[in-house]
Design a protein around this ligand. Structure first.
Ligand code: FAD
Ligand code: SIN
Length: 547
């Protein structure tokens, strides 16, 4: 079947909060002769964003106890000093505007009886400054309004073409380092398309699925980072993977439902099966930075202890009203959080690193932008402060649209030989090359195990070398990883991307020999961890915690 070719002014890959917000703002403010293509590999509403629970940071003037300098200082402390001060300050200063803009789009942040915004608290925040929607359904509450605008508001929707079930498989970058669009694959029709645009935006989210245990949905396979890496873009901070301390831990399932940090913000405490309150020694107790709490739990698990969240300390009516989804999901799993302890363990949650960008998403490839979790603006440093991610998605998308509003969207120029070669490799394929059944599922499980065991919460040089060797072996079993560009299925494309990202994370972790933030090397000679962190010294270097 001949390949289709289409042209747009802007292509946005990914429909999480970053992609949706960018599409709306672009449609509202920039004149785009060929319109916007918003393309997503699943349904429009499926993304990490949809599952965000705790909330979004807002340093609002009406919150008298808060200030920009306090938020900047909390962010940089949580990030262990590796954040870019100017980026942190910029994001913090723009948070009020971002929140007010979301309200304008119909997002209804929770309020108290006096109609004042209800702020909550999460780890490493020195004051209550996190806004939430529907109690613990912040992502859903924001995304629902943005999807509605993109689909149903005529003045916005008329500029946007939506492709669902369509995977971006490769970037089209010419010999002058200029991104000219993407190749896409529609999983329903099995058709490939060459999509051209003067601007391409990656808003493809994080990498959680490369780990055995993760809070992230199945779409989170690091595709954008892999596409950018294959096209020669720079990445940054890939060794910093955030493990959320408290995912619901059910013995008969690998899937991990998040128990929001704001449950601890509202008074829940971590205990082990002996009732020991093991965070009591830390000055911030249960609300220490995420990496510190995740390691403390890992320390308990590695000693054979079980870890629980005691949410019975919170008033019964409050917990049902404030955390309705958590209450219901736990109940569905036989746990009444008003009476029972919740079994918890850490799970891969967020990628601090990503495609190296400026705050407006500019990458090292011309006319390629990346925003949201797939990007690394250096806001988060070595460990992200809770609820700073949704804020970053909105602020970056806003700045990107500002940048694009100054661009002249002239009709596309001629496609060069390098791009033609890529397209030909997709168009002219030999069916015999694809006459095989690869064990994609098994290979994905193997990669997830390797990453969890060797590139997880605790790493050593030996474990990282073991992971690299296994990644290479898995690669050698994947046919489409060789010269052939096309894969046999969406899962194979995802595995190809997961391998690429896993290799990048592992190599970065090997290079950083000291421990800092979320990157903990048990064999480090120089330990930059907080002096208050204890309990790790007893953990043997080769500990592999199966939870
Ligand atoms: P996503 O929302 O992940 O969207 C990525 C999109 O790209 C998806 O639509 C996906 O289908 C699409 N896509 C990916 N690859 C391709 C491809 N190859 N082709 C086409 N489409 C593709 N952060 C906070 O700040 N506050 C919170 O309270 C919070 N809670 C969280 C709770 C959970 C359970 C999780 C998992 C994360 C949470 N986070 C939170 C983190 C936050 O949700 C994410 O970092 C953020 O939503 C990322 O948004 P995004 O738009 O960059 O990407
Ligand atoms: C949570 O609710 O604990 C998640 C918040 C975040 O990841 O920022």
């Amino acid at each position: 079947m001949p390949m289709k070719h289409s042209t747009y002014s802007v292509i946005i890959v990914g429909s999480g909060i970053a992609g949706l917000y960018a599409a709306i703002k672009l449609s509202e403010t920039v004149k785009l002769p060929d319109g916007i293509l918003l393309l997503t590999k699943s349904q429009l509403s499926e993304s990490n964003s949809r599952y965000a629970q705790g909330g979004i940071v807002g340093v609002l003037p009406e919150n008298k106890i808060d200030s920009i300098s306090l938020h900047v200082s909390d962010t940089i402390k949580a990030g262990c000093g590796l954040c870019d001060f100017n980026v942190v300050k910029f994001v913090s200063e723009n948070s009020n505007h971002a929140i007010k803009d979301l309200m304008k789009y119909g997002v209804k942040f929770d309020r108290n009886d006096k109609n004042e915004i209800n702020f909550t608290l999460e780890g490493a925040h020195s004051v209550r400054r996190i806004l939430h929607v529907g109690g613990d359904a912040t992502g859903y509450g924001i995304e629902k309004e943005l999807v509605n605008k993109v689909k149903n508001e005529p003045s916005i929707a008329s500029n946007i073409t939506i492709y669902e079930e369509t995977l971006a498989t490769d970037l089209l970058v010419d010999s002058k380092n200029n991104c000219r669009g993407i190749i896409s694959y529609n999983s329903a029709t099995q058709e490939y398309e060459a999509l051209y645009a003067p601007v391409t935006i990656l808003a493809t989210g994080g990498t959680g699925q490369i780990y055995k245990y993760t809070t992230n949905p199945s779409v989170t396979t690091g595709d954008g980072i892999a596409l950018a890496l294959r096209a020669g873009a720079k990445t940054k901070d890939m060794e910093f993977i955030q493990f959320h301390p408290t995912a619901l831990s059910m013995e008969d399932s690998d899937s991990r439902f998040l128990i929001s940090e704001s449950v601890r913000g509202e008074g829940a405490k971590l205990v082990n099966q002996n009732g020991e309150y093991f965070m009591s020694e830390h000055p911030q107790k249960d609300l220490a930075p995420r990496d510190v709490v995740a390691r403390a739990i890992f320390g308990q698990l590695s000693k054979g202890n079980k870890v629980f969240l005691d949410a019975t300390l919170i008033d019964v009516d409050k917990i049902k009203k404030r955390f309705p989804n958590i209450y219901k999901t736990c109940l569905d799993n036989g746990i009444d959080v008003t009476k029972d302890y919740i079994p918890v363990s850490p799970a891969a949650h967020y990628c601090m690193g990503g495609i190296k960008t400026e705050i407006n998403g500019k990458t090292s490839i011309d006319n390629l932008y990346a925003i949201g979790e797939t990007a690394c603006t250096s806001l988060h440093g070595a460990n992200r402060l809770a609820s700073n991610s949704l804020l970053e998605c909105v602020v970056s998308a806003y700045e990107l649209v500002n940048t694009l509003s100054k661009k002249n969207f002239t009709p596309s120029q001629v496609i060069d030989e390098k791009i033609m070669t890529t397209i030909k490799k997709y168009a002219a394929y030999d069916e015999n090359d694809y006459d095989y059944a690869s064990d994609t599922d098994l290979l994905i499980q193997r990669l997830k195990n390797t990453m969890w065991n060797n590139v997880g919460i605790i790493r050593t040089e030996d474990s990282l070398i073991e992971a690299l060797s296994d990644i290479n072996e898995i690669k050698s079993k994947l046919k489409c990883n060789k010269e052939i560009f096309r894969c046999n299925s969406v899962e194979e494309y995802e595995l190809r991307n997961m391998l690429c990202v896993a290799e990048c994370i592992t190599s970065a972790a090997l290079e950083r020999k000291d421990s800092i933030g979320a990157h903990y090397r048990a064999d480090a000679t120089n330990n930059c961890l907080s002096e208050n962190e204890t309990g790790l010294e007893d953990i043997p270097n080769d500990t592999k915690v199966v939870i």
